[in-house]
Design a protein around this ligand. Structure first.
Ligand code: SF4
Ligand code: SF4
Length: 317
């Protein structure tokens, strides 16, 4: 199966004939990748800044495609502190040498925020020649010559919890950090706390298939075209949770839940932030399609740039 950009976007939103919502896009991503990712795949370096590693865990939990397929068939993940076999200076050297050899062609994935306080020493990600390397150092080193930077998770995209009120680390998201350091490399935000793994894999797949089809610069330009004003891919973040929620009728009829154990009724009075949130988890769901935030609790607006301060308190009552 061959997918053009329009089909891919439709597929991500579950509207291509033959792909019901329950099937979503997973098998098609694999088919598209099987066609588009023949030959060499661009290196991907995954850096972990100030975060909880939850974004790595969400990727490791992806059901279809599973993590083995993601690592072996979809991306060439040349550096990832949690899953790579090598470690220490050897791993850092390999990343640096690969980046030098593939200038302008590699991707940097950032997970977690970038803390500036204390000369960046709040987040030391490795060392070389007995010298500590901070997250600040490494992003400054790798980002300028990357084809693009993917900010995975709300901490990386907008600062998130590490940058919340009272933060001691002066943490910030990737776009703000690159702007502050006059680095013009394009940034794609894949927020969520953590992001649904399809959003990560789907965005990488879309970017790689467009680059394969149109070449690096034109392909990246196409990727930038599908981003919203917050730098997020519209196929995954282009719809409002509230407007697509199964409880919208209850909201309109003022039928509100009074407790979390109540299964019917809109969760607005419990603190639901669905009206302010944009993502497709109402249909993509989580845990391989088993459940989603609003079914068992409330939406906390984790995909938005003002999360968590602007979405607190998460719960009412
Ligand atoms: S549960 Fe939340 S998202 Fe759903 S209709 Fe109510 S307020 Fe909107
Ligand atoms: S529904 Fe709300 S809490 Fe769930 S992923 Fe989307 S923005 Fe985050």
């Amino acid at each position: 199966m061959s997918l053009n950009r329009r089909d891919f976007v439709k597929l991500c939103t579950g509207t291509v004939a033959g792909f019901g919502v329950s099937q979503m896009f997973h098998p098609a991503i694999r088919e598209a990748l099987a066609e588009t990712l023949t030959g060499e795949r661009p290196p991907v370096f995954w850096l972990q800044g100030q975060g909880c590693t939850g974004c790595s865990v969400t990727l490791l939990n992806n059901v279809n495609p599973g993590i083995a397929d993601i690592l072996l068939k979809i991306i060439s993940l040349d550096f990832h502190p949690t899953v790579m076999g090598s470690e220490g200076e050897q791993a850092i050297d390999f990343m640096r040498n690969t980046a030098a050899a593939k200038k302008g062609q590699y991707f940097v994935v950032v997970e977690g925020a970038i803390p500036l306080a204390h000369d960046g020493k709040c987040c030391v990600i490795g060392e070389a020649c007995h010298k500590e390397i901070t997250m600040v150092d490494m992003v400054k080193e790798l980002a300028p010559n990357a084809a693009a930077v993917l900010a995975v998770g709300t901490c990386a995209a907008y600062g998130g919890i590490p940058a919340a009120r009272g933060s001691e680390t002066e943490a910030m998201g990737v776009s703000a950090f690159l702007a502050k350091n006059s680095i013009a490399t394009p940034v794609v935000n894949i927020p969520g706390c953590p992001p649904q793994p399809d959003w990560i894999v789907g965005t990488i797949a879309l970017a790689l298939s467009l680059i394969k089809e149109k070449g690096l610069q034109e392909g990246l330009a196409e990727v930038v075209k599908i981003l919203d004003s917050e730098g997020r891919p519209k196929p995954f973040f282009g719809r409002n949770v509230h407007e697509n929620c199964p409880y919208l009728k209850d909201y309109d009829n003022a039928k509100f839940c009074a407790t979390f154990t109540q299964k019917d009724g809109c969760r607005y009075d419990l603190g639901c932030k669905g009206p302010q949130a944009n993502c497709d988890s109402f249909e993509r769901k989580w845990n391989g399609g088993v459940n989603w935030c609003v079914a068992n609790a409330v939406c906390i607006g984790c995909t938005e740039s003002d999360f968590p301060d602007g979405k607190s308190p998460f719960y009412s009552n």
